[in-house]
Design a protein around this ligand. Structure first.
Ligand code: ADP
Length: 261
């Protein structure tokens, strides 16, 4: 009869409602876990440089301030620690904007060859400290015009090249190359002959705060967010990023970009 059919639909509706509510609650729980983990990671990242800075300042207060040499040495180290904290906070700010989708890309046509050259100039000193050679497999007089957010893509190149220096061997090499792909795309490659990454780490490498060697990488002074930021920026451009790496041989990070007509 009509009444039984109505009752049946009603029970089904209630069932569905309950199922959906359950799913909603599950989703909320997962989000809450995610949030807790994120905050936990942040405090962990901030702790090391904060304690370092506090250590130098306390030692100065306890009397080291009287010795002129120690004073300037410790103040410089405290300053470095604060600089590191600022980097971490900037990276956190960037990842939050990228993950919440509130970062707006400012797309324009620009010369990617020139951008690589700029990043090389900025990182020359850092590379020289480890006697690492930065090479660019391009004729810098021949521009390659692409469409993208120049400032964000500068950050992508910078993060990848800084990593190749951090995880590269003394006297190693970092090479950047740009190649035309089919259709309207180019691929930018950043290749190093550094320590490389074992296969089992590759699938998780772009996760925020993921590190291969926890203590070693943290000593190198990153935020653990560099590659997560890189991936988000490339994907916000609707482009792709790839990694190839072999332990003891080196790594190659590459990403695609759209050529400007
Ligand atoms: P961070 O360098 O601050 O730890 P990233 O997100 O930039 O964070 O990198 C994540 C991890 O990936 C690093 O801790 C390191 O273990 C590994 N890694 C990144 N780039 C390279 C590279 N070029 N060679 C070897 N390992 C790398």
């Amino acid at each position: 009869s009509q009444i039984t059919t109505d009752m049946k639909t009603l029970t089904q509706d209630i069932d569905n409602f309950a199922k959906n509510k359950k799913l909603e609650i599950e989703a909320l729980k997962i989000r809450e876990e995610y949030r807790k983990e994120f905050i936990g990671n942040i405090s962990h990242e901030l702790k090391t440089p904060l304690f370092t800075v506090q250590g130098y300042i306390s030692t100065l207060i306890d009397g080291a301030v009287k010795d002129k040499n120690i004073r300037s040495k410790y103040l410089r180290r405290a300053d470095k620690g604060v600089e590191r904290l600022i980097y971490i906070v900037k990276d956190l700010d960037m990842i939050t904007q990228l993950e919440s989708g509130t970062l707006r890309l400012d797309i324009e046509s620009f010369d990617i060859v020139q951008l690589v050259q700029n990043v090389f100039d900025l990182l020359e000193m850092k590379a020289a400290k480890k006697k690492i050679t930065l090479t660019f497999d391009m004729d810098y007089k021949k521009p390659i015009m692409v469409n993208g957010d120049k400032e964000r893509l500068q950050q992508v190149l910078s993060n990848l090249i800084v990593n190749s220096i951090k995880y590269g061997h003394e006297r190693g090499t970092t090479e950047v190359s740009i190649e035309n792909l089919i259709k309207n795309k180019v691929i930018v490659r950043v290749t190093d002959n550094g320590e490389g990454i074992a296969k089992e780490h590759l699938p998780r490498l772009f996760e925020r705060f993921y590190r291969v060697d926890k203590s070693g990488s943290r000593k190198e002074g990153g935020s653990g967010l560099g590659l997560a930021i890189v991936k988000h920026i490339i994907e916000a451009h609707d482009e792709k990023i790839y990694i190839e790496s072999e332990l003891g041989i080196g790594s190659e990070f590459s990403f695609t970009l759209e050529k400007a007509e």
